[in-house]
Write a protein that binds this ligand. Sequence first.
Ligand SMILES: C[S@@+](CC[C@H](N)C(=O)[O-])C[C@H]1O[C@@H](n2cnc3c(N)ncnc32)[C@H](O)[C@@H]1O
Length: 311
Amino acid sequence: MKSNRNSGDPASNRKGGSPFWEKMKPKKTERSIPREKTTTPKKPIISAAPNPSKSQEKGWDQVAQWYESLVGDEGSDYHKHVIVPAVVKRLGDLSGKRVIDVCCGQGFLGKMLRHAGAAYIQGVDASPQLIAAARQRHIDDAKQRYMVADACQPGVWADASYDLAICLMAVHDVPDLRGLFHNIARALTPEGRVLLVFMHPCFRIPQHTHWGWDEEKQKQYRRVDRYGSEHTIHITTHPGRKNSQQTKFYHRPLPSYINALADAGLALSGCDELFTHRRSQVGPRSKAEHFAAEEFPMFLLWELRHCPGLQ
Ligand SMILES: C[S@@+](CC[C@H](N)C(=O)[O-])C[C@H]1O[C@@H](n2cnc3c(N)ncnc32)[C@H](O)[C@@H]1O
C-alpha cells in the first residue's frame, strides 16, 4: 500500500508537521469550492489588551496576527462551510439568552450569535491580542464584551449566569481539560447548555493520521498511527520558515473527554460528526477520495447539558 499524503483532503498531515486544520486554503490541485472573500478590517486591529488575570497563559497570542488574517470577520473556510452551519442547527432559540464564547479568539462568532437573537455575549480568551481584536471588531455593540482570561483557571466569568456556552476548536489547545470543563460548568445556569466543536480525536490527530491509497482495493483509507494515549503534539505554524512559531495540540482519547465532562457535571445530550466540504480534483481516484471524505469525519460536535448532580 502506498502513502497518498497529497490527496485533496486538507486535513492530511503534510510532511514537516504542517498546521492541522488551519491550512485552510484549498490546494491548487483541488477543485475550487466557491469561497467568500474574507473581509479584512480597514485598520489593523491586533494590539494587546490588558490581562488582569494572574495566569501566565497566553493561548495563541504568539500566532495572533496569523490567526486574525486566517479567521478575520467571517471565520475560516471550515468555520464558514462546516463548523458554523452545524452549530447553527443546534443553537435553538437564543432570544434574550446570555451566551459565553470560551476560547473565543478574535470573536468572529459574535455577529452570528447576535443575529440569532442572543441578548448578551461574553467572550473569554487567554490571548491579549486576539481579545483586543475582538473588542475592536465589536466596538459598536454594547451587548458584546471580551475578556482576557485563562479559561482553565477560576475566573469572574464563571458566574452561573449563562444559558449557553460555546467552545469552538479549542479543547485540544488547553493543557488542563478538567479545569476548562469545570469553569464552563460554573459559568452556566442550572439549565445551561454547551456546544463543543473540536478535531475528531479518532481520525484527525496531527502528525499521527494520514490518508493512504490501497492500490489493490482501489480505496482511499485513513491510517491512524497513534490514538489511545494522551500526548502533546508540537505544531509548527509555518513549516520550512526559520524560527516559525509553534502551538501545542493536546491529543486525548474519547474517555479523557467524556470522563472530564462527567466530572464537571456536563452530560452529553447530542452528537454530530462533521465532514470536510472539500473535494479533490477530478481524476482516476476522485470517486474513492470523495467516498472517503464522506466516511471519515473531521470534527466532532457535542451538545451537553448542565447536570450539577452528575459529579
Ligand atoms: C484554534 S483557536 C480557536 C479560536 C476560536 N474559538 C475559533 O474558532 O476561531 C484556539 C483558541 O484557544 C485559545 N486558548 C488556548 N488556551 C487557552 C486558555 N488556557 N484559556 C483561554 N483561551 C485559550 C487561544 O488563544 C485561541 O484563541
